[in-house]
Structure formats: C-alpha cells, structure tokens
Design a protein around this ligand. Structure first.
Ligand code: SF4
Ligand code: SF4
Ligand code: FES
Length: 338
C-alpha cells in the first residue's frame, strides 16, 4: 500500500517545517516501522528515538495525528482510519518539550520534575535490619497501575496544565508520587502530602482535562492517581478545614455541603471557603459587594431547602469516603503499625 507520512522537521536553532514522504509499506506494520523505512531508504537524517520496538522502553513517544502516542504501538492502518487527510498520517514531536531535532525532544524538564516529587521509597523504611520489608498482596496491588509507567512522556506532552503553567510537575511525576503515597513501606507520607498539596505545582495545578488518561499507552491513568493523592490529602485533613489553604477548603466544604443538604448552599459556601468560617475577615469583606448585589436583585435566598433524596446522597458520599484506597493513612490514624 502507498501512504504518505507528513513529518514535522526541525534542526537545532532552525525553523520547523513539514516534509511529506511517500512510501510503499504493509499497513499492518507500525508507525515506527514506517519511520525506520524512511530513514533507511529515503532520508538518513530523519531523527527519532526508539529502542525496544515493543511498548516497553517508552523511547518512541511522539505526536501522531495530533495526539501523544508510542510510534511502536500504533498501527499504520489504525492511524489512516483516524486521519483527517486520506492516506496521510501527520507526525510531530511530543508537545510541551523543546525540540532537539525532528522528532527528538529534550526531556530534561520531564526528568527534573520527576526528581522533584522525591520518587523513591524513603530511606528510613529501607533500613530493615534482618529481612526484606514484606508487603501483603493487597497492599502491593495498590501500586500496580502507577507501577506500570514506562516514563514515555506521552502524558506530559499532552498535558494542558503543563502547557500554561511550567511549574506544574506533570502527570507522570504525580502518578509516581501516588505510588509512594500508597506504598506501605514508605515512611514519609505526611511530608509527601504536604509537598504535593500545592496549588500550582502540585495536585491542585491539574485542570482535570483527562488528556493524560486518554493517551497513556499502558493504563497508568495519571488523572486517577492524582485524584487518589487529593483524597489522601483530604482524608488526612479531616475536619480541620479552617487550617487549610483555600483550594483544599474549597473541595472539603463542597463535599460537606453536599452531604448536609444534597446540593450546595452557595451562601454558606462563600462564607466557609472565602471567609474561612469568619476567621478570614478580609475574605468575608470581599464577599460583601457580591452579597449586596444579590440581595438587591432578590437572588439571595433567606432559606435553604435541602434537596429531595438528601439522605441517600449523604449515604452515597459516606460510603465513597469509607472506600478510601489509603489504608496506610487510616491505619496510621488508628495508631496501627502498617
Ligand atoms: S488531567 Fe491534569 S495532569 Fe492530566 S493532562 Fe489534564 S491537566 Fe495534565
Ligand atoms: S503515566 Fe503513562 S503516559 Fe505518562 S509517562 Fe507514564 S507511561 Fe507514559
Ligand atoms: S521503541 Fe520502546 S516503547 Fe516504542
């Protein structure tokens, strides 16, 4: 079959341009096979990373038909079916990372951000005098999803939060962070949760766009891992919402109000989140103009009606809260040794 590969090319310090290659190839082969064929038979200067050719090493992540993917995992046939241009597949380097040459990007930021979450089981836990640190099969199973990560960078290249906020550590780093929070051998859970509990660089910097879950080639589902860290932060915080920063209080109060009334009582929401339950006088005062405008237009209800089925909603929320995946944190609260 004759196909076209439209490839984004760029040399160091040179402007990027698109180059179209035509090649005769078996469409059941992969995009990486097509790139190798071009390199071997048409243009040896075309640069891309590869190693295992089998979805293991994570080297060959790039942008294929507009989304991050592994070139050795995507078949030509499937990509032709996805392509908006008949018989043509568009290939570009990963997003959010500077291009070194053609499809090869500089991964320095990616690795530095991974280092920033302290991605190793704490050394204190490693000082086990007599034998290895055993885990139960169920504790080990909690690490499976994040443990699958092959550090390919597909999620990072597709992350909307990284694109607008370079301080955000990224889905790959937070997936690794979730693994360590859930790891019963790690003894630094509190410090980790403090570190990841930041508005711009940590878990609250994620915009929940879902891209990372969509593109991850091995099912890590980084957004789900980020949600697990958030749950752990909220579980640890308990009722002490007044000590939390605003993003965290926002989520905690939202949940409390839904439990109490079935839906959100916006009058209390503002006072408890922005005003921190009258502890933040400046916050309360900042609400006065809005409250006054709402009152004048008759949009400030003096009574709050609970929603129908509030008892069932409360039961559902309570049941979900009791399904916290972080038995380590719960056990710690109860004074048990993990
Ligand atoms: S869900 Fe969050 S971490 Fe994942 S790609 Fe979107 S912004 Fe990035
Ligand atoms: S989480 Fe998935 S997409 Fe992101 S680096 Fe790991 S394997 Fe790649
Ligand atoms: S070459 Fe190893 S994952 Fe594609």
């Amino acid at each position: 079959m004759t196909i076209q590969l439209r490839i984004r090319r760029q040399g160091p310090d040179k402007n990027a341009y698109w180059q179209t290659f035509e090649l005769e190839i078996d469409p059941s082969l992969t995009i990486l096979d097509a790139l190798i064929q071009i390199k071997e038979s048409q243009d040896g200067s075309l640069s891309c990373r590869k190693n295992c050719r089998n979805t293991i090493c994570g080297s060959c992540a790039m942008t294929i038909n507009g989304r991050s993917a592994l070139a050795c995992q995507q078949s030509i046939l499937a990509e032709l079916a996805n392509s908006p241009v008949p018989n043509q597949i568009a290939i570009a380097p990963l997003g959010n990372l500077p291009v070194l040459k053609d499809l090869v990007v500089d991964m320095s930021d990616f690795w530095q951000k991974l280092s920033a979450v302290n991605p190793y089981v704490s050394t204190a836990a490693r000082q086990v005098p007599e034998r290895e640190f055993l885990q139960s099969p169920s504790d080990r199973a909690k690490l499976n999803a994040s443990g699958n990560c092959i550090l390919c960078g597909a999620c990072y290249g597709a992350c909307n939060a990284v694109e607008v906020n370079p301080a955000f550590v990224g889905p790959h780093a937070l997936a690794k962070a979730a693994r360590l929070v859930a790891d019963t051998r790690d003894s630094d859970t509190d410090q980790r949760l403090d570190q990841y509990n930041t508005a711009t660089s940590g878990v609250w910097g994620c915009t929940r766009c879902f891209n990372c879950n969509t593109v991850c080639p091995v099912g890590v589902q980084p957004l789900d891992r980020i949600s697990e860290i958030k749950q752990a932060i909220l579980a640890r915080s308990g009722e002490a919402t007044h000590n939390q920063d605003r993003p965290l209080r926002h989520r905690q109060v939202l949940l409390e109000l839904v439990k109490e009334g079935g839906w959100v009582d916006e009058r209390q929401f503002g006072l408890r989140v922005v005003g921190n339950g009258f502890r933040d006088v400046g916050g309360v005062m900042s609400l006065v103009p809005l409250g006054w405008r709402l009152l004048r237009r008759g949009k400030f209800p003096l009574r709050f009606e609970k929603s129908a089925g509030q008892a069932q909603i409360k039961a559902v929320v309570t049941a979900l809260q009791q399904k916290q995946p972080y038995s380590k944190i719960e056990a710690k609260k109860k004074g048990m040794k993990c």
